[in-house]
Design a protein around this ligand. Sequence first.
Ligand code: NAD
Length: 470
Amino acid sequence: MPERRFYTDVSRYFDRAAAFTDYPAGLLDQIKRCNSLYRFDFPARQRDGSIEVVRAWRAEHSQHRLPVKGGIRYSAEVDEDEVMALAALMTYKCAIVEVPFGGAKGAIQVDTRRYDVEQLERITRRYTYELTRKEFIGPAVDVPAPDYGTGQREMAWIADTYQSLHPGQIDALGCVTGKPESQGGVNGRVEATGRGLFYVLQEACAQADDMQRLGLATGLEGKRIVVQGFGKVGYWAAQCCHDAGARVVAIAEHDGAIADPRGLDPARVRAHFGARGTILQFPGATTSADRAAALAIDCDVLIPAALENQLTAANAPRVRARIVLEGANGPTTPEADAVLRERGALVVPDVYANAGGVIVSYFEWLKNLSHVRFGRLEARYQAHAEDRLLRAVERATGARLAADERAAVVRPVDELTIVNSGLEETMVTAYHQIRDLMHETEGIDDLRTAAFLLAIRRVAQAYLERGVFP
Ligand code: NAD
């Protein structure tokens, strides 16, 4: 097993960008360090009846803005270094997309396959109880969300446990995001990270000069995409890109890969995955037991959406994609990053590209604090206003719209539409802020360094405004 060094890798990216600032060393050190780390152990009964002591963490990397925010990961391989690295990425990510949170991350070191649902529920509730005892959770202090190995189900257990421990706390539902809609969740959170990746790719592919440099046609349509990891992030990224006319030519999972140069239908692959427990043997596609080979398939865009350390110095020279869109956190080691940059590939970094989840989590948290669904107050008002405007135009022109033409314009806006437009606006705005910063800073020629520089400036500003570093 190679030595883990995810936190060191994130720090290297930080240092590379920090060199383009003249902040005092102490301020940079404060931004970089993980401020609080809570590690605890508790017993859990496994499927076979035996007791295992489970290790868990919550890392709060930076409290320069409160609450801090970050997902919870369930994985047998997770360790302290990984949790701290993921928490650090959350600090920078929130700053880049201007979500007013500090960064955090949590994890439980479990192999979820060794537990049944009731046991996982008990583990999740115990984890929440431990976080509550130490005030490492709460709508004003620290708000977890889903990550690798967790989803709506776990978030509902967390919300329920927290609420039961805080009777009468009116904003208690804001203690966690990624909840089911029936439990205070927001429409569009499940697909948010994948959809965010799609908005990023669409914007990147719309830059004619960048595409020309990469030898690609402008626009997303027809782009050949390979996705590694077909979970929440990978599936939704594939689905949204497919819907926009891109071609998903290969998908890699933990047990192998499938490929079809004519394009795979993500929804059908997902149904196959759900029914069989594997994407392999998908009808009409070629199956390979070698999951790593998919990274080297000839394609335009590679979306690593599984775990960290997937693109390394060893395999990066074989990557043929012109665009690497980082859905996972930390999929590219600094050595692999250097190889890809050397080759002139466009690497859209995790610290920005997969921010869709936290952006929509922010919307969910706002919804929980305001206790009102997005669009509830203004939806009808807006539809009536549009109707009056259309009638005025009809009167002035003498023309008359058909019922379906009218319905296409006049419709009460729903929560999902509002959430998706907020997500798109945030992703597109940040893309140009990062790209502009890259162009205007001498010595920076990659989006990752520019994204980190943007984050450092914003976090530093927050400290300086509070007078912490006069
Ligand atoms: P998930 O658990 O829903 O899915 C991950 C998938 O990757 C699983 O299907 C798993 O079998 C597969 N996988 C594991 N190892 C693999 C390998 N070596 N090759 C190919 N596939 C492999 O997790 P997720 O929520 O989609 O998260 C994936 C990544 O995206 C993580 O790095 C996570 O931190 C990051 N991320 C997630 C979110 C979110 O909102 N869920 C937000 C930002 C970033």
